[in-house]
Design a protein around this ligand. Structure first.
Ligand SMILES: Nc1ncnc2c1ncn2[C@@H]1O[C@H](COP(=O)(O)OP(=O)(O)OP(=O)(O)O)[C@@H](O)[C@H]1O
Length: 292
């Protein structure tokens, strides 16, 4: 076994970051195991993107970060890019490049000083464009693509880096349902067949439940919970994080939870019904006019 294979992919110790005076990441410590599908969840503004940017080295953070057992500072920029690839949430639209050119840019960390593409670089790019379903778009300019197509191009560019660790900020945000599953299946396949560690942000708790090995639930710049989907996606933790009622139950698809959003009017009716039951007024059950 290669030295360092047993070390976590990422080790975060006492990570803190603030924008101006406001603390956004508050002393976070955790590790991501190699080959894990690790998903960050949490409400808007809880610090998920900031944490991902700090892991990707885009913004500084106080504390320490080890990548594959080595301090992140010990890597050159190019060496780090051979280990970690990053797909941001906000994708640049204004590049005057074709899809193929953009995907090939992912090969840069593997190229020599002159940056010429080899036959192998071209073959890797073509293979990855095929698996990400963007082959037919190869000659289109980026500014002529839909949001979902652009998202798949940037995922393909990151995969072209052939990284050990893939960081993705809401990679399914602009995708239709079929492409959401296609991208998540592809990430799962990369994890299973190549041992790639996947760290991603998602607002989709059901995708997180179905694909995640471990979930990190953030609230207000801190870690509210870290563990398996069954441990993290509980009624009380989700209510504490999101401040709304979410129905959690065992999924009919496997040993993971299914989370259903509950509209306010239905939550209110359910609470009213429970209150009436507690008061011994069950006779009104079934009379919708009494449920409001
Ligand atoms: N460049 C910035 N300057 C100042 N404050 C920022 C900046 N970027 C983010 N913030 C603030 O930091 C906090 C965390 O933002 P962040 O984008 O990390 O949250 P998030 O959990 O990813 O949110 P979302 O789910 O909405 O994408 C928010 O209060 C946000 O307003």
């Amino acid at each position: 076994m290669t030295p360092g294979m047993t070390r976590p992919a990422l080790e975060v110790r006492h990570f803190s970051h603030g924008y101006r005076e406001t603390p956004v990441l508050k002393d976070l410590s955790f590790a991501v195991d190699r080959g894990d599908f690790f998903i960050l969840i949490g409400p808007n503004g809880s610090g998920k993107t900031t944490l991902m940017k700090a892991l990707a080295g885009i913004i500084p953070a106080a504390g320490s970060l080890k990548v594959l057992g080595r301090p992140v500072e010990s890597y050159s920029r190019k060496a780090l890019a051979r280990h970690i690839a990053w797909v941001p949430q906000q994708l640049p639209l204004d590049f005057p490049f074709s899809v193929r050119e953009m995907v090939l840019m992912g090969r840069a960390p593997h190229q020599g000083i002159l940056g010429f593409e080899t036959r192998e670089d071209m073959a890797v790019a073509e293979r990855i464009m095929a698996v990400t379903d963007i082959g037919p778009l190869a000659d289109r300019k980026l500014n002529c693509l839909s949001g979902g197509e652009l998202q798949r191009v940037f995922i393909a560019k990151a995969l072209c880096q052939e990284p050990d660790i893939l960081l993705l900020d809401e990679p399914t945000a602009f995708l239709d349902l079929a492409h959401q599953i296609q991208v998540m299946d592809l990430l799962e396949q990369l994890k299973q067949e190549r041992g790639i560690t996947i760290v991603m942000v998602s607002h989709d708790l059901n995708l997180a439940a179905m694909y995640g090995d471990r979930l990190l639930l953030m609230r207000d710049g801190g870690i509210l919970s870290l563990g398996s989907p069954n441990a993290v996606l509980t009624f009380s933790l989700l209510e504490a994080a999101y401040g709304c009622v979410l129905l959690t139950e065992k999924s009919p698809l496997g040993d993971f939870p299914r989370v259903t959003t509950v509209p306010g009017r239905i939550a209110k009716r359910a609470v009213n019904r429970l209150c009436r039951q507690a008061d011994g007024l069950d006779a009104v059950a079934g009379d919708p006019s009494r449920e409001e």
